[in-house]
Design a protein around this ligand. Sequence first.
Ligand code: 13P
Ligand code: SF4
Length: 308
Amino acid sequence: MTPHIADRILKLKREKGAVILAHNYQRPEVQDIADIVGDSFELALKAKTLEPDIVVFCGVHFMAESCKILAPEKTVLLPAMDAGCPLADTITAEGLRRLKKEHPGIPVVTYINSTAAVKAESDYCCTSANAARVVNAIDSDTVIFAPDANLGSFVQQHTRKKLLLWDGHCIVHQRVLVEEILQIKAVHDNAPVIAHPECQPDVVGMADVVCSTSRMIPESKNAPGDTVIIVTEAGMLHPLKKAVPEKHFILASPKLICRNMKKITLNNVLEVLETGRNSIHVDPITAKQAMIPLSRMLSIGADMTAKL
Ligand code: 13P
Ligand code: SF4
């Protein structure tokens, strides 16, 4: 009998001494063969402290690239090289340089959903787990925040600083409409709404909790009642159901699917483990520059207690 593909992956992973990291939006079967599943902040932190030399990164390109920047001595394999992030693609290094020229001396905070070249032009990185914390840690009354304008608007409510926003959006979170949540609320009126800060401001405004993907787990556990409305990419339902089996989760919209996250499959995970193909390369000068904002972010940490 041919061993199941998941068993082949686990065997090969052990033989090669590799580790598999997966984002919360990955397919359930991919999350289930991963050593670590988490949000962007947790995965970046892990990249820095992991022992194995080979990392199979199940996520989108900027995540694997950040892992390579933080751990340049490791081989980082991305099972689908075309798993991009349309939000990250809304800004280029040249575009950011232009904005910096218009606002000389103003520090730049860049969301981790960005390319290495954009990070290299930035002073700080942040994720959804620490955006307000990073902005508030900066000694300046004005901060350039790029590229997610929805996250930026949310952070603006949690800081006295003036944010100059880049007009980028996540096409997945942008699709959710307040009306969809109201329709669910009409049936489950007491169910709390937990939303990702990449959602539009009116959606964020009606949420009971706004937080990173991993933070949704303890927030759901502590939420009142037995039903929770989740406003983020559909993959998040898998870790939620595993960690909080006593609750019922309702996804706010069927449109909450990130096609790029779903490009990673058990087949291409096995393939990169077998062949060593799809190794992430970052030009050393860009990597050295991009390491600075990423390291600053890691030393500021995540906000593990506040709801952002
Ligand atoms: P998290 O860092 O909250 O997991 O979010 C990553 C992301 O891409 C959201 O769309
Ligand atoms: Fe990018 Fe949005 Fe997909 Fe997250 S959900 S990876 S921000 S496109």
